[in-house]
Design a protein around this ligand. Structure first.
Ligand code: DX5
Ligand code: ZN
Length: 224
């Protein structure tokens, strides 16, 4: 399993001072910045485009940027996110006309590709793409909004994904996204996640540093 990573989702950051808030969450100990790209079509919400990713880089943000595309179509804009400074680019297979093509495109753009599975999407296709991707992202809420509750049935799915990854010889991160809090992150880590997206739990807290530290402590109880 990979080292544990906290990916702070800026969907819950203060949009009026996004650069500063992003810097603050990294200073507080977040490892990655998770960027939820929504198009008011694949999901009923509208958020960030490549210019926001570029602006964060220009502001001086150097951490890995984990760009989660909830958009359809997906291919056309991938090079723009790569050019803007994305590191990981994950997408929902149902939003792609040709999954292999989209993965290859992300790779050609020098980014790390990942596949995202909605809570009700089975993991059937995972095995056939494991050798081509760097990240598997399991949604533990229905995509579109921050601040929702973790869907309990995803615990078993997470264990299943962990088994599939471990049985393969491939080096892939297993990320969980939605409803991750201090009080459930240990159980999520036990189920096999190594990359934890958290938005409202961090940005909605009074002290980012304390919250991230508590999350890391919970995860460490599993890894040690
Ligand atoms: C939902 C997004 C999540 C969201 C998580 O579509 O993909 O990344 O920001 O937010 P919280 O941590 O508040 O559930
Ligand atoms: Zn996300």
């Amino acid at each position: 399993m990979h080292n544990a990573v906290i990916a702070a989702s800026i969907l819950s950051a203060d949009m009026s001072k996004l650069g500063e808030d992003t810097k603050n969450v990294l200073d507080a100990g977040a490892d990655f910045i998770h960027i939820d790209v929504m198009d008011n079509h694949y999901v009923p919400n509208l958020t960030f485009g490549p210019i926001v990713v570029k602006a964060l880089r220009n502001f001086g943000i150097q951490a890995p940027l984990d760009v989660h595309l909830m958009i359809n179509p997906v291919d056309r804009i991938i090079p723009e996110f790569a050019e803007a400074g994305a590191d990981y680019i994950t997408f929902h297979p149902e939003a792609s006309e040709n999954i292999s093509h989209t993965i290859n495109l992300i790779r050609e753009c020098k980014c790390k590709p990942g596949l995202v599975f909605n809570p009700k999407t089975p993991l059937d296709i995972l095995k056939s793409f494991l050798g081509k991707i760097d990240m598997v992202l399991l949604m533990s809420v229905n995509p579109g909004f921050g601040g929702q509750s973790f869907i309990e049935s995803v615990f078993d799915k997470l264990k299943n994904a962990r088994e599939i990854i471990d049985q393969s010889k491939y080096d892939v991160r297993l990320e969980i996204d939605g409803g991750v809090k201090v009080d459930n992150i240990r159980k999520i880590a036990e189920a096999g996640a190594d990359t934890f997206v958290a938005g409202s739990a961090i940005f909605g807290s009074n002290n980012y540093k304390t919250t991230i530290k508590m999350m890391q402590e919970q995860i460490a109880l599993v890894n040690n």
